[in-house]
Design a binder for this molecule. Structure first.
Ligand SMILES: [Zn+2]
Ligand SMILES: [Zn+2]
Length: 397
């Protein structure tokens, strides 16, 4: 069989995904005891290499975001404060006003450069997808969804997602669907586009009743012309896979049909897992197989394939994050058949001595991982009700 140049390009493109990565990603590091640990990006990349799901030609070095690009979303005074903190020239008092130097977001050397590189990675993803050099792009160093315009929050200095959406809007005027499945509410991105009907945000998270950042209730639906373009599904603590997935699949399917996006950006925080030490959801790897699968389908159905995926939270950096994030890439390159095999022994041998827990040997968790709780039916029912309330705006039109 022969193909003309164009056919070949189409065939080639249909499968082309890029993995944005730099070894410098680990320089975004608060301190040794901080739960946000970018070693998870390195271990994920290594797992993908050991399973031969990634080759050097898939990997693209991120660029740095310029100050002008950061300023598409962030206040100049805030960028200046981060720069001063970066070189140890910001007073404690001023830092606190900008949310830096706190227990959650401590100051570290070269904080500005490390944070601007994470933003640059997500901008590189946008450049690849929008130029047609790739259909899908994954940047696991990004996903810092709590960053505000003029303030750091929840381990996030600059908000790579908000900057990337502003950049997309400025250069391409696209309708953006942002989907956030991190266990924490995607507050920074939501508030950035709260009054903007061209950016639709969907966040599914553990209820903010007892969990940071406390927002993300059903009634945060947008403001002014942006009303009806912000969706929140706060799930009860101890929610399991089936109920999370039911909410995710119904919400994403209906919202995509209603909004008809030009591009989809997914934030793939992996902290809804049972093992995650910071949250109280009870999900397993089954969830992390399903999340990118539907996002991928929606990207092809509505966006001609344009899909950018970023990382996010995930604090069991040994047992959970490498598998969960590898599944995002495996889905992008349509290699999920690899889950039938065991995890490569070379990966386990390489990292086991550094891990304080036993590394998993399979892609999925044992079926008895989550201990049965009597309240499960009640939790599922409550989540279904939350879902109907959250989608009532589009279900009534
Ligand atoms: Zn989170
Ligand atoms: Zn695809």
């Amino acid at each position: 069989m022969t193909f003309s140049g164009l056919d070949y390009q189409v065939l080639h493109m249909s499968n082309h995904s890029v993995f944005i990565h730099s070894n410098q990603i680990e320089e975004y590091k608060f301190n040794e005891n901080h739960p946000f640990n970018q070693i998870r990006v390195t271990t994920t990349k290594d797992l993908l290499e050991c399973t031969q799901l990634i080759t050097p030609t898939d990997i693209v070095e991120p660029r740095m975001a310029t100050d002008d690009e950061l300023a598409l979303f962030h206040d100049s005074a805030y960028i200046q404060a981060v720069k001063s903190a970066s070189i140890g020239e910001l007073s404690e008092e001023t830092g606190i006003n900008y949310g830096i130097g706190t227990e959650d977001t401590p100051i570290f050397p070269n904080m500005h450069e490390a944070s601007a590189r994470l933003v640059g990675g997500t901008l590189t993803a946008v450049d690849y997808v929008m130029s047609g050099k790739a259909l899908h792009a994954l940047h696991l160093g990004g996903g810092l969804h709590h960053g505000f315009k003029g303030k750091a929050s929840g381990f996030c200095v600059y908000n790579d997602i908000a900057v990337a959406i502003k950049y997309l809007q400025q250069k391409y005027q696209l309708k953006v669907l942002y989907v956030d499945t991190d266990a924490h509410h995607g507050d920074g991105v939501q508030w950035a586009f709260y009054d903007d009907p061209t950016v639709c945000t969907l966040s599914i998270h553990e209820t903010g009743r007892y969990l940071f950042p406390g927002t993300g209730n059903i009634y945060e639906r947008g403001y002014g012309v942006g009303f009806g373009y912000s969706f929140n599904i706060p799930l009860d603590a101890f929610t399991e896979d089936d109920s999370f997935l039911d909410a995710y699949e119904q919400a994403l399917t209906e919202i995509a049909a209603y909004f008809k996006p030009d591009i989809i950006i997914t934030q793939n925080g992996a902290d809804a897992h049972y093992h995650d030490p910071l949250t109280h959801l009870s999900c397993t790897m089954k969830l992390y197989e399903a999340i990118p699968k539907l996002a991928h389908k929606i990207a092809h159905q509505y966006c001609q394939g344009r899909w950018i995926a970023v990382g996010g939270g995930g604090y069991d950096v040994w047992r959970v994050v490498p598998r969960a994030w590898s599944m995002v890439w495996a889905e992008m390159v349509e290699q999920s058949s690899v889950y039938q095999k065991e995890l490569p022994i070379e990966w386990i041998n390489k990292w086991q001595s550094k891990a304080p827990v036993s590394l998993p040997t399979t892609w999925f968790d044992p079926s008895n991982l989550v201990k049965p709780i009597p309240r499960k039916a009640e939790i599922n029912e409550k989540n279904s009700l939350t879902l109907s309330k959250a989608l009532s705006v589009i279900r009534s039109v």
